[in-house]
Design a protein around this ligand. Structure first.
Ligand SMILES: NC(=O)c1ccc[n+]([C@@H]2O[C@H](COP(=O)([O-])OP(=O)(O)OC[C@H]3O[C@@H](n4cnc5c(N)ncnc54)[C@H](O)[C@@H]3O)[C@@H](O)[C@H]2O)c1
Length: 370
């Protein structure tokens, strides 16, 4: 069947959907009936879909086009208002991650989707990776032995321009509404969600306790260098140590420490390393999986209901005092101007050590963290 679709948010990350929808349309799987954006379409979107309905108001576009489903790839604080319009119009929803900037908003979208009997997929694309599925299967079958813990490390670099690109970038809140654009809740949200999913701990009540160390190197409201440690209800310790202030960026890794084996999931690369042996896998995108779900009843990779534990982490971070600014003496600056980069010398080793030892930055006695 050919599903009719509307896309809200056509540039930024939405450009990924512009490309994917064009491919799916060429194969007759979807037909894009409208785009919603506050800005005029950029070159790529105009070339692909310049002939389609374009409206800055999603509710009006939905009323005109009555799509089967809508993708919402707009800033985090618009997810609830736009997602609500989609569900109230009777369309299935694919919502970008994180699904919402607060627990109350997540709950409202979930309740609305359930009451309307509509599907709501969340765009945690790492959960559609064959590498993730294989590792989850091995863990569930006890092939790694008892799981001693799951540690994730990530070290990226974001320059000053990254935080200037949008009014919501680096914000906890904007005009009184929560945004939650911290390192753990946005850029490295996949790490948190994927580690929880590997443990089978995706529900709100699946977390027994959690602690965070939230730090920042810039004049922003949120954390850019962070360590999360939690214990799930089944007793697994999970740590996620990340930074956006690395000198030498590298793709993030989730390390599963089992009594009979060690696995490394490179979740952005669909790569699984099992006791030193590499396996490369493919992936099914959140949109493709949603279509298969609607067509054939395949389970959703990331139903909004399975973002409960992730949202509990996010809510905990929202309630934590503002991240602490790391002292200037621990920082190095690469240049001035819009490309200004700040890094914490040694942070790459620190996040890695956290994942290996399931330790916090303070326990590792990182001088910039204590
Ligand atoms: N899955 C991933 O790997 C991934 C990666 C990056 C971003 N994201 C997510 O994608 C979403 C968008 O992030 P971004 O950085 O592209 O944001 P952005 O600020 O670049 O905005 C994306 C688009 O939405 C439009 N827009 C903004 N407000 C709108 C509104 N009220 N109605 C209609 N259109 C609106 C903007 O004009 C822009 O074209 C966020 O939820 C983000 O967390 C996901």
């Amino acid at each position: 069947m050919t599903w009719t679709i509307v896309l809200a948010g056509a540039s930024g990350y939405g450009a990924t959907y512009v490309r994917e929808i064009a491919e799916l349309e060429a194969r007759g799987l979807v037909r894009l009936v409208g785009l919603c954006d506050l800005q005029p379409l950029d070159g790529d979107a105009r070339r692909q879909f310049g002939d389609r309905a374009l409206d800055a108001r999603l509710d009006r576009l939905l009323a005109e086009t009555r799509p089967d489903l809508a993708v919402v790839a707009t800033p985090i604080h618009t997810h609830l208002p736009l997602g609500r319009q989609v569900l109230e119009a009777g369309s299935h929803l694919l919502l970008e991650k994180p699904p919402a900037p607060s627990a109350a908003e997540w709950q409202e979208i979930l309740t609305l989707a359930r009451s309307r009997q509509l599907s709501c997929q969340v765009g945690f694309q790492s959960l559609g990776s064959g590498a993730y599925a294989r590792l989850a299967e091995l863990m569930a079958a006890g092939k790694l032995g008892e799981i001693r813990g799951i540690g994730c490390y990530g070290a990226w670099s974001r320059d000053a321009a990254y935080y200037r690109r949008a009014a919501w970038a680096g914000r906890r809140e904007l005009n009184g509404v929560p945004v939650a654009d911290g390192a753990l809740t946005n850029p490295f949200a996949h790490a948190v969600a994927t580690a929880l999913a590997l443990d089978g701990s995706t529900g709100w009540d699946d977390i027994a306790d959690l602690e965070t160390e939230l730090l920042r190197v810039r004049d922003i409201q949120v954390d850019d260098t962070s360590c999360l440690r939690l214990r799930t209800a089944r007793g697994t310790v999970i740590t996620v140590a990340v930074t956006l202030a690395a000198r030498t960026p590298a793709e993030p890794v989730i390390v599963v420490h089992g009594t009979q084996g060690r696995a490394e999931l490179h979740y952005t690369r669909d790569l699984l390393v099992l006791d030193g042996q590499s396996e490369h896998h493919g992936r099914i995108s959140p949109l493709r999986n949603l279509l298969t779900h609607l067509d054939q009843g395949a389970p959703l990779q990331c139903d909004i209901a399975s973002c409960g534990a992730f949202t509990r982490v996010l809510e905990h971070i929202n309630a934590t005092p503002a991240p602490r600014l790391i002292g200037e003496r621990w920082l190095a600056h690469e240049s001035d101007g819009p490309q200004d980069r700040i890094h914490i010398p040694g942070v790459e080793a620190a996040v890695r050590a956290s994942a290996e030892r399931l330790a916090t930055f303070a326990e590792l006695a990182e001088p910039w963290a204590v």
